[in-house]
Ligand binder design. Structure first.
Ligand code: NAD
Length: 260
């Protein structure tokens, strides 16, 4: 379905981003994966995707905590792919702590990576999308773009920002062929959440499996994790012709979390 299209997925060396990159490549889309990690592991994943889906897959490892890093990533993507039709802003980090003891430098890096990088990649790639008359911008927000939880002041602020930014970009491009939407996952079992599962298990003095159950039981009524592949399938749908008039939305994939 996406043969001839190109995609940049930020933060796709693991977790949800990798699930989205794999889903897009599975539809014949050329993909640039992006993110940090062990170069050998990333290269093996890139090669596996190329072979499995018979599409070119590239990687860039720019640190997108700065405007310069975002520009470097966009330049690398445009050079490798010859233009970016689908931008998935997905990179993200987390830090959990009450507001009064929340380290200011953590606030700065969460805002930079989880929100400001989405602005930079979007502003730099919109002109090419406008020129070609087609584009899809998909932002991984979170249920925390819609509701709050304690001890996540920077994350919740950044994710609410992503939902707001997605609406503005949708409206500014509503009459063209460009859509912009936010996906709002609840718990998805990835390395980012694994750290929270381990912390919960440790606090309760129980095995990690019990920590995961406790985490899910608190807020996610389905008591099941979504998978990165589930989120990837939604991203593919948002790129499909059937989704041409879906723009400016925030779509929860949260097992009922935000229905409560
Ligand atoms: P993850 O830790 O598995 O992946 C994060 C990715 O971001 C990695 O590829 C990492 O290399 C990249 N990254 C982080 N900092 C970077 C930097 N400075 N420069 C470049 N790349 C950087 O996490 P995940 O759970 O897959 O999260 C992906 C997105 O989904 C995040 O925006 C997160 O907030 C969001 N999200 C996750 C969940 C969940 O339950 N896992 C729920 C809702 C939203």
């Amino acid at each position: 379905m996406l043969k001839g299209k190109t995609a940049l997925v930020t933060g796709s060396t693991s977790g949800i981003g990798l699930g989205i990159a794999r889903a897009l490549a599975g539809q014949g889309c050329q993909v640039m994966i992006h993110g940090l990690g062990d170069p050998a592991v990333i290269n093996a994943e890139r090669e596996a995707m190329t072979e499995e889906f018979s599409v070119p897959v590239f990687h860039d490892g720019s640190d997108i905590a700065t405007a310069e890093g975002c520009s470097a990533l966009v330049s690398a993507a445009e050079q490798a792919l010859g233009g970016v039709d689908i931008l998935v802003n997905n990179a993200g980090i987390q830090h959990v702590s009450p507001t009064e003891s929340f380290p200011p430098e953590k606030w700065d890096s969460i805002l930079a990576i989880n929100l400001t990088s989405y602005f930079h990649t979007t502003r730099l790639l919109l002109p090419g999308m406008k020129q070609r008359g087609w584009g899809r911008i998909i932002n991984t927000a979170s249920v925390h773009g819609l509701v709050a939880s304690i001890n996540k002041v920077a994350y919740v602020a950044a994710k609410h920002g992503v939902v707001g930014m997605s609406k503005v970009i949708a409206l500014e491009n509503a009459e063209g062929g460009i859509t912009c939407n936010a996906i709002c996952p609840g718990w998805v079992n990835t390395p980012l959440v694994q750290a929270q599962i381990e912390a919960r298990a440790q606090a309760l003095g129980v095995p990690n499996e019990e920590g995961a159950k406790d985490l899910l039981g608190e807020k996610q009524p389905s008591k099941r994790f979504a998978s990165p592949a589930d989120i990837g399938a939604l991203a593919v749908f948002l790129c499909s012709p059937a989704a041409q008039n879906i723009t400016g939305t925030a779509l929860p994939v949260d097992g009922g979390w935000t229905a409560q």
